[in-house]
Design a protein around this ligand. Sequence first.
Ligand code: CP3
Length: 369
Amino acid sequence: SGTQSVDRESFPVLKNDLMLRAARGEAVERPPCWIMRQAGRYLPEYHEAKAGRDFFETCRDAEVAAEITIQPVRRYRGLLDAAIIFSDILVIPQAMGMKVELIEGKGPHFPEPLRTPEDVEKVLNYKVDVLKELDWAFKAITLTRMQLQGEVPLFGFCGGPWTLLVYMSEGGGSRLFRFAKQWINEYPELSHKLLQKITDVAIEFLAQQVVAGAQILQVFESWGGELSSADFDEFSLPYLKQIAEKVPKRLLELGITENVPMTVFAKGSWYALDKLCSSGYQTVSLDWSWDPEEAVKINNNRVTLQGNLDPGAIYGTNEIITKKTEKMIKGFGGGKKNYIVNFGHGTHPFMDTEKIRFFLEECHRIGSA
Ligand code: CP3
């Protein structure tokens, strides 16, 4: 299906490689910082750039996507050590032929979710051309990489296969996960076929994001915690592992020898931490339910840990933010090795930009001590 024509030689030289070094397990001067959903609705400049347009239309406009991606890096200059491309995990279902809309104030909506075996067969038979369907995503990444001028590295990302199966079957967010649970319990074999197809697309998508200019990757298994430990072992973990194993191989096929660190975030899957630390990822991102010291013990220096401030702490006073940030960084061993600062999940639209600045400043102060 062709190749991207990206002049990778023309990418600006990276001036701040703290994030990449920490992700690879090297010692650092201070822990690198970034925040899930650091671009988005809590930033007034996001609303300005989006100008009332449809969410996915905004993602597909490379100039605007690059602008929105860079906004937090610019606003918090010197405080953030990475950018994450402005896009969504639901672009994989779109590339697999499904319609996905984002309804303002409600969230994602699939007009035709997967409800019958015939629906799934249709998706399984759909020939996915990643380069063609997601061409806009690669263009946005290349432009963003150029515009970042090497200030910080750029994260590419995708959704975890199980999380995407949830959205594709539920048709949006959910509380009971009735349809997704029905798939894995009533039709486990067909579910595995669908998960495999999503995995295949995810591998190609991530590898091509690197070709386009992404320097580090994260897989968001945001609904991991909805699975029992045994079901996680069957319906999530094997696919997450495949992604970690096959992306580097695909990159070599594509002529890329660069060592691109990969992160996995399986929200709520506390029971799987030990396994995730040996699943082939260089970094494991933790939600806020974890006591950092417990996680550090379980990890036993196998990977870099990322996280895990409760985003809700941002609603607190500066004193509370300082106290919780100190406890977090100390709990992760001080942050000079095997640690990346983040929240335990994304920012909220209601957050005060100055409180987030204060948090980042405190991370620099405490993490440099
Ligand atoms: O700064 C960033 O993190 C960049 C981009 C990004 C978005 N979504 C932008 C976005 C990333 C990495 C995502 C990932 C994503 N999308 C996840 C995994 C992370 C997580 O939160 O668990 C999930 C589950 C989705 C699916 C999704 N997309 C939902 C549930 C929603 C509605 C969210 C909400 O809070 O209402 C979206 C839309 C979306 N994706 C927005 C943004 C900035 C809101 C768009 C808007 O209304 O303007």
